[in-house]
Design a protein around this ligand. Structure first.
Ligand code: ZN
Length: 108
């Protein structure tokens, strides 16, 4: 059976609820989604070793300091969604398989 979302909704600002055609409902936090963004830029960033610690306190960029939100999701063909985040990032293509594997089950 082909898995597809039957319903996608935001639960507050920081959680995405997806109902799937197999009857599962899964919740994914927006920050988790952003962290696993599959676009080339993010994959490259994750592959790099963490930056050397600098002196003094770490400075959060404005985008990091603000709570991250999902501004929109657009279907890409019939196999994926592109997700627009409030930090301006929208190049990640999240395939349905990938999305379904994220997050955790919640009672529907
Ligand atoms: Zn990305």
């Amino acid at each position: 059976m082909e898995l597809r979302p039957t319903k996608i909704q935001l639960d507050g600002d920081n959680r995405l609820l997806i109902d799937w055609s197999d009857g599962q409902r899964r919740a994914i936090s927006v920050s988790e989604l952003r962290k696993v963004c599959p676009c080339a830029t993010c994959r490259e960033k994750r592959a790099q070793p963490p930056a050397a610690p600098s002196l003094g306190l770490p400075v959060l960029s404005l985008a990091e300091a603000r709570p991250l939100k999902v501004l929109g999701m657009k279907p890409v063909g019939n196999y994926a969604y592109s997700i627009e985040f409030s930090d301006g990032h929208d190049t990640g293509i999240f395939t349905l398989d990938f999305l379904h594997g994220l997050g955790s089950d919640v009672p529907a």
